[in-house]
Design a protein around this ligand. Structure first.
Ligand code: FAD
Ligand code: NAG
Ligand code: NAG
Ligand code: NAG
Ligand code: NAG
Ligand code: NAG
Ligand code: NAG
Ligand code: NAG
Length: 495
């Protein structure tokens, strides 16, 4: 791009006057430069960093990378893209499993938001204003240090608050405190026609409904407003190992965990079943001390023959660090951690005997035998005491509140290695073997934040947004009729 700058200077072309662009990349670069939108130079160190997605299996080449530091620059970048017929996507933490922050395909304008990461807590109201490019670890760090506060969200410090809270946001606080999007009280959004608007329950309420579940398709959030809670003084994180070495033991164990999740699990306990080829754990976070955890979990541990391998009582940041898996908490630009993987997901209600049997049978007879490096994480998302299920299903566009389980299926290879066909099959067969025994498609769904990027757009929309899809498509038509913010699994405008 730099090489072409003198040519543009010579011709003095205004962006709007370029009838036939030399090519899109050059026209875009010129338009962004005319509006003084900062960009990454092609091939520069910042370009290399910003173009590298968390999932190295899915690399895409943008037609340009804008790096705004103000909402006005986001508006100007959207104007350039729309004018030139280029698709545009916000990228926040770059942690989409489908690399949707890069557009999920080549040739989009990436609007790299991660330089916009200011977090300010209003101590008097408890409302945090969080810029649209912040990463979760930075948000947690700032809220804790500015006022001993937090909101509920997932665990990886590098994940962006953008992708995370606009599509759900489930973590080790969610059974107690709900999803990240349940804490959002307002947002400032740049729409496809470059208008900037606020939305909340009382202002542009349709847009506010839509961004809490499908935000990536509706606009670019430059600033979020989240309510917060005062963090508990004491939390206890734990790992319990369960000896499920045979299919029969796993089936019996899963039934016990399911009964517990449905009937007994207190709101203060957050727990998942974590399954690999080599071991199975129950792990999570308890809002309270060790004695409280032992009272809540002890009976289940006894019945399942589980043993506590780790039980640590500490303060709020201790658990944030623990679940950050060794990555330091306060993450912002530059960020440079990656994996090479394929994933899929599933939400279901409690599984009956046949369905549990199908899952456990596939797990032991096929998946375990293939010796690949996969894991399955089963979050106990719902159940009668879960804060996730408390709001009405239709209160936000997140369609899958009422399901008991949130499964994540994940298969990875060593960094840089090619991803083999049997890795795809291993993951897909988990999903098909479980869903084969579920009669109605409305009795399961999938999570856009744990997407299966190999689904086509129609299947993806139905699976991620279920019964909320028609309303989302109508809102999409109102705010982005030309699908400027397109990506291969996004919401399409109503016909
Ligand atoms: C290591 C790891 C751990 C994870 N842990 C959890 C977890 O505990 N719980 C959980 O629920 N999920 C988890 N996830 C999934 C994560 O929530 C999603 O991948 C999320 O979409 C990532 O957001 P991002 O901003 O980092 O991604 P990006 O790739 O930057 O963006 C994802 C999508 O959001 C859009 N977007 C981003 N910012 C904005 C914005 N400001 N305005 C409008 N659209 C925007 C992008 O265009 C894209 O479509 C994890 C992912 C990884 C890789
Ligand atoms: C906010 O409140 C916390 C304690 O609740 C205090 O430590 C901090 O100094 C306050 N910050 C500001 C900016 O007032
Ligand atoms: C949106 O709300 C914020 C915070 O209340 C305010 O500062 C800003 O001016 C508003 N912007 C628009 C476009 O209304
Ligand atoms: C727990 O161990 C006992 C004694 O070995 C065994 O009878 C029981 O089946 C086990 N239960 C589970 C769920 O593994
Ligand atoms: C959940 O259900 C069980 C029994 O079905 C009941 O004992 C418990 O009180 C319920 N909890 C809540 C929060 O409703
Ligand atoms: C279940 O998994 C097996 C592989 O073990 C696969 O051959 C089969 O097609 C799957 N069943 C369904 C219903 O998808
Ligand atoms: C399990 O549920 C499926 C789908 O609703 C149903 O067809 C099947 O008969 C049920 N099996 C058992 C054992 O209840
Ligand atoms: C931009 O789009 C919004 C949403 O459809 C609409 O309300 C607004 O009037 C549009 N602004 C302009 C300048 O066209």
């Amino acid at each position: 791009m730099l090489l072409l700058a003198p040519l543009f200077a010579l011709l003095g072309l205004a962006c709007a006057a370029v009838a036939i662009p030399l090519d899109k990349a050059d026209a875009l670069a010129e338009c962004l430069s005319k509006s003084a939108v900062p960009t990454d130079g092609l091939g520069s160190p910042d370009w290399q960093l910003d173009v590298a997605p968390f999932n190295l299996r899915l690399n895409f080449t943008p037609v340009g990378i804008a790096v705004p530091t103000t909402p006005k620059q986001v508006q100007d970048a959207v104007i350039c893209a729309a004018k030139l017929g280029i698709k545009a996507n916000a990228k926040c933490g770059g942690h989409s499993y489908g690399s949707f922050g890069l557009g999920g395909e080549d040739g989009h304008l990436t609007i790299e938001m991660d330089r916009m990461n200011k977090v300010v807590l209003n101590n008097a109201t408890g409302i945090a204003t969080v810029e649209g490019g912040s990463r979760l670890g930075h948000v947690a760090w700032e809220l804790y240090n500015q006022g001993n506060r937090a909101f509920s969200h997932g665990t990886c410090p590098g994940v962006g608050v953008g992708g995370h809270s606009l599509h759900g946001g489930y973590g080790v606080s969610s059974h107690t405190k709900g999803l990240a999007l349940d804490w959002m009280v307002g947002a400032t959004v740049v729409l496809a026609n470059s208008t900037i608007v606020n939305c909340s329950e009382t202002e542009n309420a349709d847009l506010f409904w839509a961004i809490r579940g499908a935000g990536s398709s509706m606009g670019i959030v430059t600033e979020f407003r989240f309510k917060t809670f005062v963090v508990p003084d004491t939390v206890t994180f734990f790992v319990a190992s369960v000896p499920w070495r045979t299919e029969a033991a796993a089936l019996a164990g899963m039934k016990l965990v399911q009964d517990f999740a449905v009937n007994e699990m207190p709101a203060a306990l957050n727990m998942r079943v974590f399954i690999t080829t080599r071991f199975v754990n129950l792990e999570g976070l308890f809002y309270g001390d060790k004695a409280g955890l032992e009272a809540a979990l002890g009976p289940l541990l006894k019945k399942t023959n589980a043993t506590l391998a780790l039980e640590t009582q500490g303060g709020w940041l201790d658990q944030v660090k623990h679940f950050g898996n060794g990555v330091s908490v306060d993450q912002s630009h530059p960020y440079n951690y990656h994996e090479t993987f394929y994933s899929s997901s599933l939400y279901t209600n409690a599984l009956n005997e046949t369905q549990l049997q199908a899952f456990v049978s596939y797990w032991f007879k096929s998946a375990k035998a293939n010796k690949r490096d996969w894991y399955v994480q089963i979050d106990l998302h719902g159940g009668n005491s879960s804060a996730v299920t408390a709001p009405a299903t239709h209160s936000t566009s997140y369609a899958h509140r009422d399901f008991l389980y949130m499964f994540l299926f994940y298969d990875r290879v060593d960094k840089g290695g090619a991803f083999p066909a049997e890795g795809f099959a291993t993951i897909q067969n988990f999903v098909t073997n479980i869903t084969a025994g579920i009669d109605s498609p409305s009795d399961w769904g999938q999570y856009i934040n744990y997407p299966d990027p190999r689904m086509d757009q129609a299947a993806a929309q139905a699976s991620y947004w279920g019964q909320h899809l028609p309303r989302l498509q109508a809102i999409k038509k109102a705010v982005d009729p030309d699908d400027v913010f397109h990506y291969p699994q996004g919401i399409l405008p109503a016909a």
